[in-house]
Design a binder for this molecule. Structure first.
Ligand code: DAH
Length: 460
């Protein structure tokens, strides 16, 4: 088992935890109208629209520290706030020095991400993500009483094997790169999807399960993207007894059951909406689908799913079975169901946000409180070959936290000497107060310094 500490830390996180693509499928299985949305929540899916990147992701409402600090050890971050240095998730102790190692080239986890581990928004009373989680639980409990086991406290520190190999993610898949995933070291990551737990739960003997958890992805900065978001994974195994009487084969049986189950779930959450199935590609399922609903004038992707690859079942002690699996992004659905306009709000502890939601009340519409004015700052630099937008966004998030509302490339050109210049516009805005010119100038000054020092670019 890999140990992630500098000099073999007392506990190996992994031991404690126990632990983009080729083919484009082009046909729609039901209707054939075009897909409207421009981004998929899944980094793993490829479909007709050719879109591919994560949903929901962003900055840190960093005034929170760990929900479960196991020691009073604290450190002061560069941003000035206090950070717990030791926390516990699902019985696993995680120390800051194990997770954030600035001088280790195999590590790319910043403090701003460490500060989110253990916050578990999906377990917070009256939080919209918890309300949504409970509503999905109710659907499964009502329709399959006592069948599905629920896990919502599994440690997000997982091995590369669990996150990628066990679910058959190809070795050259873009999601494995340091640009897309947070690596603690070469063998250990912050899970980028809840599918990372499929294999371990199968091996432990579970056949019907729902896994909810925080997932981590390096990404852009805008109202629907945040580097930590929440997913729910569903899994159901069938044995020949289940399908033999039906007259169809095990794979067709699983696919039929999957579609029926998830259409029921979408109806439970969204009411009587129009739905369609879109053929998709995921490494872990075949066939693979995405479910879309027609909601508020647009086709919206609700989840990705499919019939589990036989290899996963065989590798984990389920030869002769079939199974279905699905994965959905909780923020994406909650933003629509509760009318929440900005993904950063999920992290807010402002009473004007938190007091609007209460347990059991799905679909209460969020009433925006006053919108404070944005402040725009542009920055231009000559990029180097190693420059990536995700790295730039992370510098901005690391300095401005949740004050960074959006980062957008507004100009790009290459001069005669072959040098490429990028100009980014950063939108700063607090959801809670007016920002002063002085503090924004200070933040922008720090962004300029750090971009130059860390990203090997030349400010123009
Ligand atoms: N893991 C996928 C993602 O994060 C979502 C997903 C798609 C999960 C299909 C599944 C599935 O279990 O069958 O993008």
């Amino acid at each position: 088992m890999a140990s992630i500490g500098r000099q073999a830390p007392s506990i190996s996180l992994i031991a404690q935890c126990k632990t983009r693509l080729n083919q484009v499928v082009t046909s729609f299985s039901s209707t054939s109208s075009p897909v409207v949305h421009s981004r998929s929540f899944s980094i793993f899916s490829v479909k007709r629209t050719g879109t591919c990147r994560a949903a929901t992701v962003g900055l840190g409402f960093n005034r929170w520290v760990s929900t479960v600090p196991v020691s009073s050890k604290k450190t002061r971050r560069k941003t000035g706030e206090i950070l717990s240095t030791l926390l516990e998730v699902g019985g696993v102790k995680i120390s800051r020095d194990d997770v954030v190692r600035e001088n280790d080239p195999t590590n790319n986890v910043p403090d701003s991400i460490f500060s989110k581990i253990g916050l578990q928004l999906h377990r917070r009373d009256n939080h919209p993500l918890r309300i949504l989680k409970q509503e999905i639980y109710s659907y499964f409990d009502n329709n399959f009483p006592g069948l599905f086991n629920k896990f919502d406290n599994l440690c997000p520190v997982v091995s590369v094997k669990m996150n990628f190999d066990d679910v058959l993610v190809p070795h050259d898949h873009v999601s494995r790169t340091y640009n897309d995933t947070y690596y603690i070291n070469a063998e250990t990551v912050l899970r980028c999807h809840t599918s990372a737990h499929q294999a371990e739960l199968l091996r432990e003997g579970h056949s019907y399960f729902l896994v909810t958890g925080d997932v981590y992805r390096r990404d852009s900065v805008d109202s629907t993207h945040y580097p930590v978001f929440h997913q729910m994974e569903g899994f159901r195994v069938f044995t020949p007894v289940d399908w033999e009487a039906s007259g169809v084969d095990g794979t067709s049986y699983a696919a039929m059951d999957l579609k029926k189950t998830l259409e029921g779930l979408a109806q439970h959450l969204f009411g009587n909406v129009e739905m369609r199935w879109v053929d998709a590609y995921f490494p872990f399922t075949d066939p693979s689908f995405e479910l879309e609903i027609y909601f508020q004038g647009n086709w919206m992707e609700v989840l990705g799913c499919g019939v589990t690859e036989q290899k996963i079942l065989i590798n984990n002690g389920r030869t002769g079975s079939t199974a279905w699996a699905f994965g959905l992004g909780l923020e994406r659905l909650a933003m629509v169901l509760f009318d929440i306009p900005d993904i950063r709000l999920f992290w807010s502890s402002d009473l004007r946000f938190t007091s609007q939601f209460s347990s059991g009340q799905l679909g209460v519409k969020f009433k925006p409180f006053s919108k404070f004015p944005p402040c725009y700052k542009d920055i231009s630099f000559w990029i180097s070959e190693s420059f990536t937008e995700n790295n730039f966004c992370e510098v901005v998030r690391g300095i401005a936290g949740d004050l960074a509302e959006q980062v957008s490339l507004i100009d790009s050109f290459t001069n005669k000497k072959g040098m490429t210049s990028h100009c980014y516009r950063i939108t700063y805005r607090s959801m809670e107060r007016s920002l002063t010119d002085e503090e924004i100038n200070q933040l922008q000054g720090r962004v300029r310094d750090e971009v130059e020092n860390k990203l090997n670019v030349t400010i123009r």
